[in-house]
Design a protein around this ligand. Structure first.
Ligand code: S3P
Length: 440
């Protein structure tokens, strides 16, 4: 347990870089492992979740070296992963687990996957179902959760799969399995989710096509058994990590913050749309495209925010940002209603419950009904002098710290250790721009 105290700050000012995008970092390691030749990855996130993917790939025969801040991956080629001689422990990382279940399913090997207390409670049926259609057999004695053993197939089938959930992890799991299958694997997406896998596969020369047929039908097709070639990847800053700083600068008075080189994939930045509707003064500058991904700098100024209704349709584009949006809602005038939050129950903690408990400690009125939250803070002030339980969830810990920056009394955070999974250096960066966060 690592106790932290966050106290009221006078302003958030400066120019910062944010660590690499977590989703893109996982994909850069996994996809380069399947390519022929040597891939270099610059700006990769060195959070614990990414190290979980790296360790698992190394146990399956991939050589990954680190030189200064660059990762060098010597890919084994399509279908070339080896059976691990040990259990693959994926720590807290849901993305590692879900993506690797698909990938391992289409390799002839037996592998057992496990994770920490939180990961062993998260649903895996969503990726077990398509993996079994492809031809793998997966056994779990824990209600289709980790630990589980995959009996991968030597003859993976190309499948047609309609995604019932807007989940990038499920989509990516199927695409990675499809790389080893003969013929065309076809995925129908009803509600689109982040498309980092599709974009990166294209960079590595995969035969992938994406067609938007109408507003409720996107078809993604991949032709398997086609070798990928190595590439040079630069990972942009993580928008989800940046969002804590964006909200900090919006709600702390007299702030002016510049965030450099942030990924602005259109399926990730729903929060920008919502914050602008709330009255946020922010600008996207120096837009460019790198490795098929849009990137920009973001300038943010303190703003008077007002409550809004956030419709459920936007939730896949901001699924990880609800904890920090709830902090912005605490400082907004009027009611904020968040809809379509069901998936939050299956994250690193039950985030619906974790958000409600955090706001109650902040003395903010919050009502939960089905998959909705109604947040209203008539005083537009956080009282503080409270302890926030993070439920071992990195995004709750970082959101509570940002809440502390605008609290009258200090905010204690019971355990900040999970921040290391996605954002090493978070506290140093927040303090470098005017935060007042210290270890107890
Ligand atoms: C991720 C997808 C999202 C997100 C997670 C990372 C990814 O999960 O919550 O933090 O890298 O594909 P779902 O795909 O389950 O919504």
């Amino acid at each position: 347990m690592k106790n932290i105290i966050s106290s009221q700050s006078t302003s958030i000012n400066g120019s910062i870089n944010i660590p690499g995008d977590k989703s893109i970092s996982h994909r850069s390691l996994i996809i380069s492992s399947l390519a022929i030749g040597k891939t270099t990855i610059k700006g990769i996130l060195k959070g614990k979740d990414i190290i979980s993917s790296k360790n698992a790939l190394e146990k399956m025969g991939v050589i990954i070296k680190e030189e200064k801040d660059i990762f060098i991956v010597y890919g084994v080629g399509s279908g070339g992963l080896l059976e691990p001689d040990d259990v693959l422990d994926l720590g807290n990382s849901g993305t590692s687990a879900r993506l690797l279940i698909g990938l391992i399913s289409s390799h002839k090997m037996i592998a057992t996957l496990t994770g920490d207390d939180s990961l062993r409670k998260r649903p895996m049926k969503r990726v077990i179902d398509p993996s079994e259609k492809i031809g793998a057999k997966i056994i779990s004695n824990n209600n289709d959760k980790l630990p589980l053993t995959i009996f991968g197939t030597n003859d993976p089938l190309p499948i047609n799969y309609k995604l019932s959930l807007p989940s990038a992890q499920v989509k990516s799991s199927i695409l990675l399995a499809g790389l080893q299958a003969p013929g065309e694997t076809c995925i129908e997406e009803v509600i689109p989710s982040r498309d980092h896998t599709e974009r990166m596969l294209e960079c590595f020369g995969a035969k992938i096509s994406v067609n938007i047929e109408n507003s409720s039908k996107k078809m993604i097709r991949i032709k398997g058994q086609n070798e990928l070639s190595a590439s040079n990847i630069e990972v942009p800053g993580d928008f989800s990590s940046a969002s804590f700083f964006i909200v900090a600068a919006l709600i702390v008075p007299d702030s002016n913050l510049y965030l450099k080189n942030i990924g602005i994939n259109p399926y990730r930045i729903g929060l920008i749309e919502i914050l602008q509707e709330m009255g946020a003064k922010l600008e996207l500058l120096n837009k460019s495209i790198r490795n098929n991904e849009p990137v920009a700098d973001i300038r943010v100024y303190s703003s008077d925010l007002k409550g809004v209704e956030v419709p459920s349709e936007i939730s896949p584009k901001m699924i990880d940002e609800y904890p920090i949006l709830s902090i912005a809602a605490c400082m907004a005038k009027g009611k904020t209603i968040l809809r379509g939050l069901d998936e939050l129950r299956y994250k690193e903690s039950n985030r619906l419950k974790s958000i409600v408990e955090m706001l109650m400690q902040f003395n903010v009125s919050v009502k939960e009904s089905e998959d909705q939250l109604l947040i209203e803070n008539k005083k537009q002030i956080i009282e503080g002098n409270c302890t926030i339980k993070t439920f071992q969830d990195h995004r709750i810990a970082m959101s509570a710290i940002i809440g502390g920056l605008v609290s009258k009394g200090p905010v204690h955070i019971d355990d900040s250790s999970m921040i290391e999974t996605s954002f090493p250096g978070f506290i140093d960066i927040i303090n470098s721009v005017g935060g007042r966060v210290s270890e107890k």
